[in-house]
Design a protein around this ligand. Structure first.
Ligand code: BDP
Length: 645
């Protein structure tokens, strides 16, 4: 079919945009999947573990614990991977440990992987918090700065040179945070000998969640052919009933790559194909990717098979959708989208921040039960498996980097900024192809009124835009509208506020006035759409009082109701979303304002609903029904609304 002028213009725009997408990092970071040319071997499970308790935490390096089996260096304990190590033992020293810990596992590598010189063997860690060094059979293969994002190393050479099929993987992980890490922190040595023993130190941070550490996501071995598909970038748009998928494939290890791309519908039918590493696929009668509750057939995913000649095959799910922002609206597929969702944490009993499928599936069931159409990955990137779930269920994501707690002016320096830019590059490289991701958040509640914040956020936002021009960029502010120096650069204003909690505690009657003022001030100054990106109140489950008092379930409900009254007025104007703080109770460091963690969850940490969950459920379904596109009968069968509406 010949393309119209408008389509050709759209194609040119897409290609131009793609030129600037993700050029900063050298290599790709495709999620490891199996295919006729690729194998994956999950080496998570039971590892052994040793914390380096020497005063400087440096004995492991001095004695080269990576050179021999870890058990020969001293006492080791069992440690599950993925999991935070903190809550696994009965030892408070392990829970609160700061410094290097060592993990080790012996695995067998299939003989054919070693023998076939055309096979590339990669070791990949889904994430480890915070700083990691990796050895294979005593040989260092890579190191990585930063939790929450994956890293990997080609270990084919090491395996072939060392002891063949047996592979001893050693990973040293250090959770120390400094002024230049993300999130930042400081180590404080306590020098008053009348109060602290010699060498006593603490880790100070400015964020409100426990600094869980360890190997948090699966560790995988996977193969690719030597000549392999290294990265794929897709961008999508549509015009009338024609979907356009522009793609850019990079192949490594081959000078004459012959790329073929095929797009299939959910019934397996091929709907478009092309030859070459760049191009645009045209899909007639396109099924767009729609958010949950916005369409009767949400989350439609095509399957894009990328082949490099006879050697490599990689299949990528592709959702065709557009995202745009106007001065009052957030548009998905040119239709106004209202975020009625949650803020989350990767957090649960025992495993801490360790990836856990039962928890992930339960959380998606709860979000769908309550009619949430979106969540924000507060305050760091979540596991890729979670984003894949969101793609498949139509849950929209604001994807946040770990820029939380930037409060010290020294964390606005050039070294910090350079690292922050790199983290955004890693994040965009990893998540750029997920249709569920509709916006990047570069930070949470930084000290955006400090003078360097203007330059810092200008750079950060514009760099993020240069990595991906197809999505809006924001950061989450708690600053006053008149003093916020980063707001001029963002596309959407995201504001956190805790009226009647941190301000005027106990006075829920003030919420209406204060929230109205907040919205009018921000909109008056910037004329950009606003998301209430956090609001809420602690509720200790089972604590009751009427009239409501702080920390009871009734108080949490009353705070929410007062916020909702204002949202209902302002969403007719420029408020484009509300995200409750928080989906579930979560662990924090110990402090006099936290009773075994933060209790602002509408679910407990064990995922049982508090009264506020039912309130939100009723509200979210009502808002979804207002859009008028729902097949209510079908949804009622899935979730018995008659009980709540
Ligand atoms: C907000 C922070 C969030 C906290 C929340 C709270 O963004 O991380 O957990 O306050 O205090 O300002 O509950």
């Amino acid at each position: 079919m010949g393309s119209s002028g408008a389509e050709r213009a759209a194609e040119r725009l897409l290609l131009a945009a793609l030129c600037s997408v993700c050029q900063a990092l050298q290599d790709g970071m495709l999620f490891p999947t199996e295919s006729p040319s690729r194998e994956v071997k999950d080496v998570s499970g039971l590892w052994i573990f040793r914390a380096d308790e020497s005063p400087e935490r440096s004995r492991g390096f001095e004695q080269q614990w990576y050179k021999s089996p870890l058990a020969e260096t001293g006492p080791v304990i069992d440690m599950p991977v993925p999991s935070s190590y903190n809550d696994i033992t009965q030892d408070a020293q392990i829970r609160d440990f700061i410094g290097w810990v060592w993990y080790e596992k012996d695995v067998w590598v299939p003989a054919r992987w070693i023998q076939d010189r055309g096979t590339r063997i990669v070791l990949r860690v889904g994430s480890a918090h915070y700083y990691s060094v990796l050895w294979v059979n005593g040989v260092k293969v890579t190191e990585h700065v930063g939790g929450h994002l994956p890293f990997e190393a080609d270990i084919s050479g090491v395996l072939r040179q060392t002891s063949g099929n047996q592979c001893r993987i050693t990973i040293a992980v250090n959770n120390t945070l400094t002024l230049e890490t993300l999130p930042p922190g400081t180590i404080q040595y306590m020098t008053d000998r009348s109060r602290y023993p010699a060498g006593y130190f603490v880790q100070n941070t400015n964020f409100d969640f426990f600094n869980y550490a360890g190997i948090h996501r699966p560790v995988l071995l996977y193969t690719t052919p030597k000549a392999h598909i290294d990265d794929i970038t897709v961008e999508t748009t549509f015009s009338d009933n024609i979907g356009l998928v522009s793609f850019n494939v990079s192949v490594l290890g081959s000078s004459k790559a012959a790329v073929k791309v095929t797009l299939s519908a959910q019934d397996g039918r091929c709907v478009a194909s092309a030859d070459g590493s760049r191009g645009v696929l045209k899909v007639t009668d396109v099924n767009l990717w729609w958010p949950y509750l916005m369409h009767e057939n949400p989350a439609y995913l095509y399957s894009m098979e990328v082949k490099d000649g006879q050697t490599d095959v990689y299949t990528l799910p592709v959702g065709i959708r557009t995202v745009k922002v106007t001065s009052t609206q957030f548009l998905i597929n040119n239709k106004p989208f209202y975020f009625h969702g949650v803020n989350k944490h990767e957090d649960a009993d025992i495993r801490g921040k360790g990836f856990d499928w039962p928890l992930v599936v339960k959380d998606f069931n709860l979000m769908k039960w309550m009619g949430a159409n979106s969540f924000r990955t507060s305050h760091y990137p979540y596991a890729e498996e979670i984003l894949q779930m969101a793609d498949r269920h139509g849950i929209v994501i604001i994807d946040e980097c770990p820029g939380v707690g930037i409060k010290d002016i020294r964390s606005f320096g050039n070294v910090s900024l350079a690292h922050h830019l790199t983290v955004m590059e890693e994040l965009v490289r990893r998540d750029k192809n997920h249709p569920s991701v509709v916006m990047w958040s570069v930070a949470n509640e930084p000290a955006s009124e400090m003078p360097p914040a203007g330059f810092y956020f200008k750079e950060l936002v514009s760099h993020t835009r240069s990595l991906d021009s197809s999505r809006p960029v924001t950061y989450i502010t708690a600053s006053n509208y008149a003093r916020d120096l980063g707001a001029p650069y963002v596309d959407v204003i995201c504001v956190n506020s805790y009226f009647s909690w941190y301000q005027d505690p106990g006075h829920t009657e003030l919420i209406g006035l204060q929230l109205n003022t907040q919205f009018d001030n921000w909109y008056g100054k910037y004329q950009k759409p606003i998301i209430q990106s956090e609001y809420g109140a602690d509720a200790v489950p089972g604590l009751h009082s009427d009239p409501p008092m702080m920390f009871t379930e009734e108080y949490q409900k009353t705070v929410l109701q007062n916020y909702h009254n204002v949202f209902d007025q302002k969403r007719k104007e420029f408020v484009i979303g509300e995200l409750i703080w928080n989906f579930a109770d979560f662990m924090t460091s110990q402090s006099i304002i936290r009773v075994v963690g933060n209790k602002k969850g509408i679910f407990t940490r064990q995922r049982q609903p508090k009264a506020g969950a039912f309130l939100l459920r009723e509200r979210y379904w009502r808002i979804a029904n207002e859009t008028g596109v729902l097949n209510t009968i079908k949804l009622e069968q899935e979730y018995p609304l008659r009980f709540i509406l």
